[in-house]
Design a binder for this molecule. Structure first.
Ligand SMILES: NC(=O)c1ccc[n+]([C@@H]2O[C@H](COP(=O)([O-])OP(=O)(O)OC[C@H]3O[C@@H](n4cnc5c(N)ncnc54)[C@H](O)[C@@H]3O)[C@@H](O)[C@H]2O)c1
Length: 428
């Protein structure tokens, strides 16, 4: 039985750990967050779409353990790193979580082990940055004494059809032997592996997938504005266009980009490209269009209120949906925060409703909203707002009820597709 250490037990690391356990491997999860480790050991999930039972099942089988102690990596066949890769305040890559993990792991590396990085990052992170700290701290040589690989995660939070074991997984190794080792380890848990020639090719694949989404979302966001000015509903157009059986893939507009990946990863490439004297104009343009979306939406809210002779300043606005996408509890990089900030700057009185985010946790990005609670879902509460702005369309919300209760709705998600646009309902 192989033993795998998974470092970083978040949205990526925890499902992967459970999949390895279900496939018969022994897993020790390592995280610097003692609260997460304690929750796991007690059989409690901290991610909405992962059940307590799925964790308890693996604890009971004796295949799952968790710790904050990196020395647990001494006795394993492989270490898989799933730590965050955010942007710093200047919107440059912050790979400090990877570097810190490498430093903490290095003294515990033993010969023959596989170290595989899963965090989304620019080409070169694995074979330059991570390799350097691992070699310096262990005295071992990557490719000779231990195996080094990169294998990007393809988690699709909130999609019940997305099962870790059946999503094809790209793998690149530092050497052919590293790749072979990575295929052997991942082959335990993942049905289809897609080997590529290097860690860099694997890193570039992940960035390409996310850049593809970012650019296409920017395109539909631009078309939304243009078609909107012409009185054409972008949602109707996309639904018609997607009946084309070839050469078209639907992307949907929204109030801006959110989540841990799409707003961030493209800029990892932009930054690295500069080192090679290359520019990334498509990515920059897409970023610019997507970043402008919240402003566009707030303008639409202002226009909608205007029709009722109400100024945005002093109006009560309810933002519906705080998570960055439907049916998840993840509010990282959520455009709802930008919307709430902009509305507040215009003098609106802002509240939010999100059954998955009952209270806003303290974060570095939005300390001013920490402790704010979701309003209750009732006719009395909802009808007390001058406008409800639909930012994220969770499936559990009763939109028919909303339409009955709300004085005015501005919809960025086509949550009420059968409702004709009117003074009381408009799309943004
Ligand atoms: N969430 C997604 O849907 C998704 C999809 C594909 C790729 N990714 C990528 O996967 C990576 C992880 O993302 P996530 O969403 O799981 O993040 P997350 O914030 O949910 O989890 C990261 C975990 O790493 C832990 N951690 C931070 N520093 C550490 C350290 N030095 N040692 C040990 N643990 C440490 C944190 O405590 C946290 O539990 C990122 O690079 C992200 O871009 C995420």
């Amino acid at each position: 039985m192989k033993t795998i250490a998974i470092v970083g037990l978040g949205y990526v690391g925890l499902p992967l750990a459970l999949q390895f356990c279900r496939s018969g491997a022994k897993v020790v999860g390592i995280d610097i967050d003692a609260v997460k480790v304690a929750a796991l050991k007690a059989g409690r999930s901290y991610i909405k779409h992962i059940s307590d039972e799925s964790i308890r099942e693996q604890l009971d089988s004796g295949r799952l353990d968790a710790t904050t102690d990196f020395s647990a990596a001494t006795a394993v066949d492989a270490v898989i790193i799933c730590v965050p890769t955010p942007l710093n305040k200047n919107r440059e890559p912050d790979i400090s979580f990877i570097v810190e993990t490498g430093k903490a792991l290095a003294p515990h590396l033993r010969k023959g082990v596989l170290v595989s990085l899963e965090s989304s990052t620019y080409p070169g992170t694995t074979d330059e940055d991570l390799r350097q700290v691992l070699e310096a701290g262990s005295g071992l040589t990557a490719g000779a004494d231990f195996n080094l690989a990169f294998s990007p995660e393809r988690e699709d939070p909130g999609n019940p059809q997305s099962v870790v074991a059946t999503i094809p997984k790209v793998v690149g190794g530092l050497t052919p032997a590293c790749l072979a080792k990575a295929q052997e380890i991942y082959g335990i848990a993942i049905k289809t592996l897609v080997p590529v020639s290097s860690c860099r090719a694997a890193e570039a694949t992940k960035l390409m997938e996310n850049i593809f989404r970012c650019v296409n979302i920017a395109l539909v966001n631009e078309l939304k504005v243009v078609y909107g000015a012409m009185g054409i509903d972008i949602w109707e157009v996309i639904n018609a266009a997607k009946t084309k059986p070839f050469g078209f893939m639907p992307f949907y507009p929204g109030p801006g980009l959110g989540g841990h990946c799409i707003p961030i990863d493209p800029f990892y490439l932009t930054w690295k490209a500069r080192e090679y004297g290359q520019s990334t104009r498509f990515i920059e343009l897409a970023g610019e269009i997507n970043t402008r979306m919240p402003e566009f939406v707030v303008h639409r809210v202002g226009d909608a209120l205007n029709a009722f002779r109400k100024p945005l300043s002093g109006s009560k606005v309810l933002v519906l949906g705080l998570a960055y996408k439907a049916n998840v509890d993840d509010d990282r990089e959520s455009p709802s925060y930008v919307l709430m900030e902009l509305l507040k700057q215009h003098g609106a009185e802002v509240s939010y409703y999100d059954p998955f985010v009952p209270v806003i946790k303290l974060t570095r990005e939005h300390p001013q909203w920490a402790g704010t609670r979701s309003v209750a879902w009732s006719k009395e509460v909802v009808s007390s707002f001058d406008c409800v702005l639909i930012a994220t369309a969770h499936a559990c919300v009763d939109y028919a009820q909303l339409a009955e209760w709300a004085q005015l709705m501005v919809d960025t998600r086509n949550a009420l597709p059968h409702l004709a646009p009117s003074l009381h309902y408009l799309k943004a």
